[in-house]
Design a protein around this ligand. Sequence first.
Ligand code: AMP
Ligand code: ZN
Length: 476
Amino acid sequence: MKPILLQNTLNNKKEEFTPRRDGVVSMYNCGPTVYNYAHIGNLRAYIFADVLKRMFAYNDYDIKQVINITDVGHLTSDADEGEDKIESGAKREGVKVQKIIKQYTDAFMDDMKKLNIDIKEIEFPKATEHIPEQIAFIQTLDEKGYTYKTSDGIYFDTSLREDYGKLGNIDTKGLEEGARIEKNKEKKNPTDFALWKFSDPKEQREQEWDSPWGVGFPGWHIECSAMSRKLLGNQIDVHTGGVDHIPVHHNNEIAQTESVTGKQFVNYWMHNEHLMIEGQKISKSIGNTVYLRNIEDRGFSPLSFRYWLLTSHYRTQTNFTWEALEGAQTALFKLHKHFVEEYGTKNGEVNQEYGNKFHEFINDDLDTPKAIALLWDLVKDESIPKEDKRSTLLSFDKVLGLGLDHSNKKLVTLLSGKGEKLEIGKLPKTIKALVDEREKARKDKDFEKADELRDKLKEKGYEIEDKEDGPEVHKI
Ligand code: AMP
Ligand code: ZN
């Protein structure tokens, strides 16, 4: 067994991984709030979790993985203020809450599949389907004296936990000084957070439940404590999320769970850095949000986005640009082209030297940039027989997930950015007429008209390329 080193946010050190149970890893990844599409920054969090899971599998572990679906209780500010994102999402679109939840959960699953993440191997509990567990959890905290009531809900008293804020060494004293700007005057400490919120009598909520404290809904943090305990037990191996979750959400999860169980909740806390877009934070107010469907609309494959992400380490802040994505797609296209056109269909042996290096890189806190550089060294290495190259690449791809196991000519064409090549004879009549008209214009050397017609075809979703023996048409 090779050692696995993981950067643990709990003590800010790279540590050797030891599972709680031999051969098994329990992992919880904080999941999406399904009030909108997941943006490409959010998707980084799940690609990171997927590579982490694949790395464990590569090291022969069985993995129990849970990603929660937040469909209630996440307010517009992480500090328990503002509207419930799900309820306001439904208002925004003028539909029922159930429709919002279904639409964006389905969209999330589609995105995951497109990114080559196997959703069948993951459990996706929904917060609204675990209300009794959350109420029971709060009741236990209540019995142990960790809660107090205000006019708008039941709160957790963080001053009762000596070690509150231990994850990422949060400066809670500093926060106390900032308390003057604290909006909720009834909170005893600025870091206290809602476990249960009462429905606002002035507002009509679609999702609310009875509880021992009154009608309302759970706070956002309690779902993760209650559902991870139910599905993975009191103590788990790995818990992940984006770095934005460190100061509030994850410290609150720790406070809740450790107060109930009296044991250390998570052994390895791991956090991915943020994805930026054109140098800025992804934000609705800047209007720079990019979704996976925008990437596809521009003719890129979701796999190219995955490849691009893996060329940076998950702990580095990365800047997304369309040029960078184009570069990634070109590289991935070359990889698949070599694989499909040169390495045959027979399997050879995994090359030991490359295999060992790869193993070392990914076990070193998921060093995917080094792993990808190694992959190109292998592709270029002429001393390796092609069937061995094939097998070695397939073994690398068990972790990287770049789709080599289902690569074929069609995928190569797709990655070439041109889309599928179409038979001229089988084109829709109106399209064929435009292609013919353009061919005539070209023959007549009326290039201006030919260009106009090319643009017209493009608008309709067809790309035309002039080859020696006539035009070639692709779907964009
Ligand atoms: P949310 O749906 O807001 O709860 O976020 C889902 C996941 O995406 C969480 O793990 C966040 O920490 C993570 N996340 C949010 N923004 C970014 C970003 N720009 N880059 C990387 N991860 C992010
Ligand atoms: Zn969570």
